[in-house]
Design a binder for this molecule. Structure first.
Ligand code: S3P
Length: 436
């Protein structure tokens, strides 16, 4: 994966675009369809490396998932919560934290069956104790490197009991793992989050007929009670706002731009970027709003805005824009004033340490960024000069650096640019289309 792309600054972005399907919803569609009874039709699936890793693991677990073709709906016929066989092979989750963590929860309650999960170099270094520890409170038997906290992970399926679990981090992956485990437990499982993380699992389980309840004034207590069968549904996956984010920011900052991004998911647990764009003074409009399969969607039209203002990101908003921090760091470089990103320690345990990597790479263009333990301080109104930069294997870094290059004087080179395939396989084609 040492593909180099050249991006030249100075142009503008114009046009209409449809970004690929939502990554989080794509994973969940495969998993929940596999444990439902009857047929599920999936449309708008994200045909990229991460969800395809989930598909591959589920096939090894005996689920009949057809060969998935780009832009073609497909069906999965599940036969309930006990559809899994003990696989002969190791389950390789690739670069995908969602695959590994959700499978840990899904498989912990498969009594009498054993499973081994691995990932690539990046994933094998990411924290898994945040899932294995709470699962062990439910009776899960999970071991792994560094006392169960890192992959390779071994799961010995066991009888689970429901319990009340407070998660120390607001992570949808952790929450979803516990809810999936809760489907196989005796009694209810109650998950309490410190802040609300994306709720696609809750919405989809509810749509499939699960007994799931959202409690508490802030909706941070989710209770799942096993027993009700999940019934196959039709799932229409909207475009991923985390992929749209690159164009939303690019069109706001690159002079003389206007981009219409069609059909993107606008679930309120994912739209923190819009709050930041409001604070910056961006010029955008949401049109064609609707609700499809329980998820709000809409199209967003973004035009260049002048005099963008610095912003601060901190506290409970973080989980709602967690994957947008790399591109918002680029945005901050072109705002007036000093922007600050706080409470963002989670960024250090993503596909790369995104605080360190973004600061290191953007400085090559001339960005003024100070790295703090839990965030970044970015001094705006930068003048970027072309640079040779590196995604360091991180998909969102690769795409953020492409947008940064559009704002630099001259031609920049981005190494390991194909990391973008993890979540946005057509990113470079779309960039060419919009900048033509
Ligand atoms: C995801 C949740 C987030 C996000 C990741 C996808 C999900 O991770 O960063 O890209 O699909 O649940 P955390 O839940 O660990 O914050």
């Amino acid at each position: 994966m040492n593909n180099i792309r050249t991006v030249t600054g100075g142009g503008n972005l114009k046009g209409k675009i449809k970004v690929p399907g939502d990554k989080s919803i794509s994973h969940r569609a495969l998993i929940i369809a596999s444990i439902a009874e009857g047929e599920t039709l999936i449309e708008g699936f994200l045909h990229s490396e991460d969800p395809l890793s989930t598909a591959d693991c589920l096939r090894k677990l005996g689920i009949n998932i057809p060969h998935i073709k780009e832009d073609q709906p497909f069906k999965i016929s599940g036969s309930g919560l006990d559809s899994f066989k003990e696989p002969k092979e190791i389950l390789n989750c690739g670069n995908s934290g969602t695959t590994m963590r959700l499978l840990m929860g899904l498989l912990a309650g498969q009594e009498g069956k054993n499973f081994i999960l691995i990932g690539d170099d990046s994933l094998n270094d990411r924290p898994m104790g945040r899932v294995s520890k709470p699962l062990s409170l439910m009776g899960g038997r999970i071991s792994g490197r560094e006392n169960g906290s890192k992959a390779p992970i071994s799961i010995e399926g066991n009888k689970l009991k429901g319990c009340v679990i407070g998660t120390p981090v607001a992570s949808a992956q952790v929450k979803s793992a516990l809810l999936l485990a809760g489907l196989k437990a005796s009694g209810s499982t109650s998950v309490i989050e410190p802040a609300s993380s994306r709720d696609h699992t809750e919405r989809m389980l509810k749509a499939f007929g699960a007994d799931i309840e959202i409690r508490g004034e802030l909706g941070r207590n989710i209770v799942i009670t096993p027993g009700k069968p999940l019934i196959g549904q039709k799932i229409l996956i909207p475009g991923d706002i985390s992929s749209a984010a690159f164009w939303m920011i690019a069109a706001s900052i690159v002079p003389n731009s206007e981009v219409l991004i069609k059909n993107i998911g606008l679930n309120p647990t994912r739209t923190g970027i819009l709050n930041v764009m409001d604070a910056m003074g961006c010029n955008y409009e949401i049109v064609e709003k609707s609700i499809i399969a329980g998820e709000p969607i809409g199209s967003i039209n973004v035009k260049t805005a002048n005099n963008l203002r610095a912003f601060t990101i901190e506290g409970d908003i973080l989980p709602t824009l967690i994957d947008e921090i790399p591109i918002l760091t680029v945005a901050a470089c072109f705002c007036k004033g000093v922007s600050e990103i706080k409470d963002a320690k989670e960024l250090r345990v993503k596909e790369t340490d995104r605080l360190k990597v973004m600061a290191r790479q953007l400085r090559k263009f001339g960005a003024k960024i100070l790295e703090k333990e839990d965030g970044l301080i970015i001094t705006g109104e930068s003048k970027f000069n072309a640079a040779d930069v590196d995604s360091e294997t991180d998909h969102r870094v690769a795409m953020s650096l492409a947008i940064a290059s559009l704002l630099a004087k001259g031609s920049s080179k981005i190494s390991r640019a194909d990391a973008s395939k993890v979540s946005y396989p057509t990113f470079w084609d779309d960039l060419a289309k919009l900048t033509n």
